[in-house]
Design a protein around this ligand. Structure first.
Ligand code: NAD
Length: 352
């Protein structure tokens, strides 16, 4: 028996729009109701994959059989499509970054409220295993009380050669990958932000940033380095986490890495000095084997609900949205603060 109830139309059937098919199809209560893209070739691909194609956005929005609109277009048109879809009575899922400014996002939230429709943003990296392991490790105090973390993604392939290189489309790496890393960061502590410094990189000569580094201090004392690079032929670890009892490193999405902690059962053993370059050092010697414990990075059980399962539960009034408007707004305010800190080369003290 077919239990599917909600028809999702994908608006923007490019790289990510076509990937959403894989996320939607396994969900029993969802069906792909069709596709709309402004490029004929993309529509031909959708038709070849067996999906209904719509000749215009109006045709999508005028179809009473469409329950949910998934927006996977370039960033600059998210807002106008989202507002039109909400006003046509559709629930809406929008790709990240939802909008280019925090004010634009609030306009969408207002319309969703007026229309009594569910609107959310596909901050899918909250479900990433590496992030979920980090969150788990922090809540269990595996490395003691967290006081510093570094979260990075680095590649050597530059900015993809599409709209991501153009400012008018909301391109640049802060809006692209930055929105994921900052969203994750803000879920790691309950504390508010105290201050932000940042620099954007323009190594490739594009009109948008090809990467950035931001140093963020929280009111509870936690410090964080968030970095995105597209000119890194050798990468630094994905996560570097320091707590009062140890350090954890997750090198990559393959979960390679390790956790090293103080051994609570052994009194501190002074390390022996090591030869370092032209000198000796005890300070920078590795901690003694006896006084430390080493653990591998271990997998954790899958999340209870996927992004789409949560969306369906929310439509049916059985759950709250996993990705809340206040959280999305806070990330956009932080992004604006990072742009400002970089442009003014200053420390921005702001209660975010
Ligand atoms: P893309 O260029 O591959 O695809 C965008 C598609 O939208 C194209 O087929 C284009 O023809 C179409 N399009 C453009 N304007 C349109 C309009 N007005 N109406 C209908 N279709 C239109 O880009 P992409 O990499 O798929 O990125 C799309 C969105 O998904 C962006 O917001 C991006 O940030 C996001 N994204 C999210 C993730 C994630 O992990 N959450 C990953 C990649 C991309």
């Amino acid at each position: 028996m077919d239990n599917r109830k909600y028809n999702v139309v994908i608006v923007g059937y490019g790289g990510m729009g076509s990937y959403h098919v894989q996320l939607i199809e396994p969900i029993e209560q969802l069906a792909i109701g069709g596709v709309y893209d402004i490029v004929d070739y993309r529509m031909e691909l959708a038709a070849a994959a067996g999906y209904k194609t719509y000749p215009s956005l109006d045709a999508v929005l005028g179809d009473q059989d469409v329950d949910i609109v998934l927006i996977a277009t370039p960033n600059d048109v998210h807002k106008e499509i989202a507002i039109q879809a909400l006003q046509a009575g559709k629930h809406v899922i929008c790709e990240k970054p939802v909008t280019i400014t925090s004010a634009d996002f609030l306009d969408i939230v207002e319309v969703a409220k007026q229309e009594n429709r569910i609107f959310t943003v596909h901050q899918n990296r909250r479900w990433d295993e590496d992030f979920r392991i980090v969150k788990d490790m922090i809540s269990k105090k595996t490395v003691g009380d967290l006081f510093h973390l570094e979260s990075r993604v680095q590649g050597a392939n530059g900015i993809p050669g599409d709209w991501r290189q153009l400012k008018a489309y909301g391109g640049g790496m802060l809006l692209d990958w930055g929105v994921h890393l900052l969203d994750q960061l803000l879920l790691i502590t309950d504390s508010k932000i105290e201050s932000v410094t940042a620099s954007l990189s323009y190594i490739l000569g594009t009109e948008v940033d090809d990467g950035f580094t931001s140093y963020i201090e929280f009111k509870d004392g936690l410090t964080a380095v968030i970095e995105v690079g597209t000119t890194n032929y050798v990468k630094l670890p994905r996560w570097y986490i320091k707590g009062t009892e140890g350090t954890a490193v997750i090198k990559d999405w393959d979960l390679s890495g390790e956790i090293v902690t103080r051994n609570p059962d052994v009194a501190h053993v002074e390390p022996k000095p090591i030869q370092a370059g032209q000198g000796l050092t005890k300070t920078m010697a590795p901690p003694s084997e006896e006084s430390t414990l080493k653990f591998p990075i271990e997998k954790i059980p899958a999340a209870a609900e996927s992004f789409y399962e949560n969306f369906v539960s929310t439509i049916e009034g059985k759950a709250e949205l996993a990705i809340k408007s206040e959280e999305v707004h806070r990330v956009l305010v932080l992004i604006e603060t990072i742009f400002e800190a970089a442009a003014t080369k200053s420390v921005i003290r702001r209660d975010i």
